[in-house]
Design a protein around this ligand. Sequence first.
Ligand SMILES: Cc1ncc(C[n+]2csc(CCOP(=O)(O)OP(=O)(O)O)c2C)c(N)n1
Ligand SMILES: [Mg+2]
Length: 783
Amino acid sequence: MVLEKYIRAADYLSAAQIYLRDNFLLERPLTPADIKPRLLGHWGTCPGINFTYAHLNRAIIAHDLDMLFVLGPGHGFPAIQANLFLEGTLSRYYDTIPRTAAGIAHMAKQFSWPYGFPSHSNPEAPGVILEGGELGYALATAFGAVLDNPNLIVTALIGDGEAETGPTATAWHLTKLLDPGRNGAVLPILHLNGYKISGPTFMGRMSDAELTALFTGYGYEPHFVDAYVEEDVHGRMMTVLDTAVEAIRFTQHCAREGTLRETPRWPMIILRTPKGWHSIKQIRDKRIEDNHYSHQVIADGAVKDPEEFRLLEEWLRSYRFHELFDGTHFDADIESLVPASHRRMGDNGHARGGEPYYRPLSLPSLSEYTAPHTCNLDDPICGMESGMEKIGAYLRDTMRANDTERNLRLFSPDETYSNKLQAVFEYTKRAFVWPHKEWDRDVAWDGRVLEMLSEHSLQGLMQGYVLTGRHGVFVSYEAFVQIVASMADQYAKFLKIAREVSWRGTIPSLNYILTSTGWRQEHNGFSHQNPGFIDGVLQRQSRFTNVYFPADANSAVVAFRQMLASTRAINVMVCEKRPLPVWRTLGEAEADLQAGASIWGFASDEEPHVVFAAAGDYPTLEALAAISYIRRDAPQIRVRFVNILTLSGLGIGSSDGHLLKHRFTELFTDHSPVIVNFHGYPQTMKQVLFDYGGDTSRFHIHGYEETGSTTTAFDMMVRNRVDRFHLALSAFARAREVGVLTPAEHDRLEALYREKLAAHRAYIMEHGDDPEDITNWTWHSRS
Ligand SMILES: Cc1ncc(C[n+]2csc(CCOP(=O)(O)OP(=O)(O)O)c2C)c(N)n1
Ligand SMILES: [Mg+2]
């Protein structure tokens, strides 16, 4: 039986990686010295993966499929690697692993070996687009990969433990966003091997009828392959796969010729296999096969225990690998299951990135989107613009400019309107494939905006889309993007390694826009305030993470364009959606972006006594307000204003051009006190400054202090001491320290500003809103 031979070879090669440091073909009796000193790896999931991979190869050849494989339980990496070896992909990418006995030796020895191959799916393996350690993201990633790839089928193998995760649970819905006319298809295979690490799985214990009800409700047509009951499990799997492929093709065909009117129902496969299938049945009183004991390494005491050793050797020999590989060639039946090179799942170009899968976006010129700034900064009306609205317009036109490529999408948890990006709906719609109501707004089967109230699904979709070379923007409320902080972290790990893998081509950056920020959650309150996402991003991977804090609409569009043009990075922009003053011309914003941080001349004096620095829109506004008050009330204090537009893991500035130490001194002097008004947690900024060395005690950092409530917008800032009055108070204290204010002058000013704070508090408690002189404040130049 052709399939059975292939699977036997793959199972043997999987086990060999876990156990053997020598005698890889079992040409002589096994000895304890042949066994690795540290037995690392996961056996139990491997036989099911090998079974699936072999059958998919048959289907690929039979139907000439363009297929990619996404493995959920990435701890089954020995199986992936065994298949990559058998199909000849490994030897194509790594000349250390020829498809020979020497190649088998190298692969087996180096698995889970210091400086060898990792134990889990990873970016060094061809065909892999998912870091395999943290479970739950396979299904959403697979859906992301098939978007705008109409001929691609991505098979996602999902563990039954993995299926208990929140991200997987929501990702089943993603067919509801998938127009079969314009996109490829995902074939989910739910692998019910019954167990997680040490306990049974929920779905493993659900009956076929219960599972059918569940998945039919989600919109699938489940097909069961049950290794426990089928007399001919291979025959059954072949039939089911053929049926699934035909169903996918039929749905796509009808959608593409315009005859599909019903909600599409997609096939899925529910595969029941014993965990650790075809291995040791029992060790003393412990049931191994078809039990959780097979999850990791079985017979792990073999080196010391003769009984376990005997069982291990018997098991490894049971594959009769010598019948399948004569030391030079594989059996012809096995070769017959290897697809043509351009059809091998491990060698699918979509997973590699680079041209033609990646194409840079055609980006509209900026001049149309930036505010003209012909008016004076003192004019409150013509100077107000919403950064998010500008970004919406720019995104709309960028989508339009790349209409034929269809390679840019917006991902959002139903916040396109609320986050002021609705201009995109002048070009496209929200994807929504299930029934529409007449009065629904902006929905269509084929929309380039993907909205779902699951940040996990959106993140997975975007990862799959971007790792297959296309461009994505994820817009989220700042506080709730934290939900996917760990996913972003796993992606960063993947990217870190992928950037060093020579054959992985260019891919776009992962782009986040965080809006509805904590400073304007006066209506929602404390629960909606959390600027923590940027901390994780900045701390993790210094060489390719950037956080942009545009202070106005012009800076926002300029930074957004740079995010869309950048590659192989993680970009985060923090951007306000309400209209705010436009401080910078297009040219100035471009120069600011280049520099990362810059002195704003209109708010700066020569030889400053006190330097203000701000990162963020409201922090900038408040710092400038403080400067204007200081100029009025204490003109003897010379101030400078430095705007920080970008932070990266390397410090101030982007990861391409971060601020060097001498520029740091040019901006912040080497002696003046510096008052920093920061968008996020003060600790984040402290860490950035620490790396610049010098006397950090001269830096006084204001930021979000984890204080909030349902209050007024200005009071939210007062409570965290990032408002103009507290900043001015800080400047007065610094001016006194450096001798510019006498103690008496200082005390008078301090009393005056404390009074302003008290008056504000009294005012809002009486009127329920901020006074107009705060909300309508505008910059006034010195004259
Ligand atoms: C999010 C997450 N939680 C916990 C783990 C630890 N873990 C590793 S394997 C595993 C069991 C996985 O079970 P299943 O998905 O059924 O995989 P299989 O049975 O195929 O090995 C768990 C809980 C993890 N890797 N990721
Ligand atoms: Mg399982």
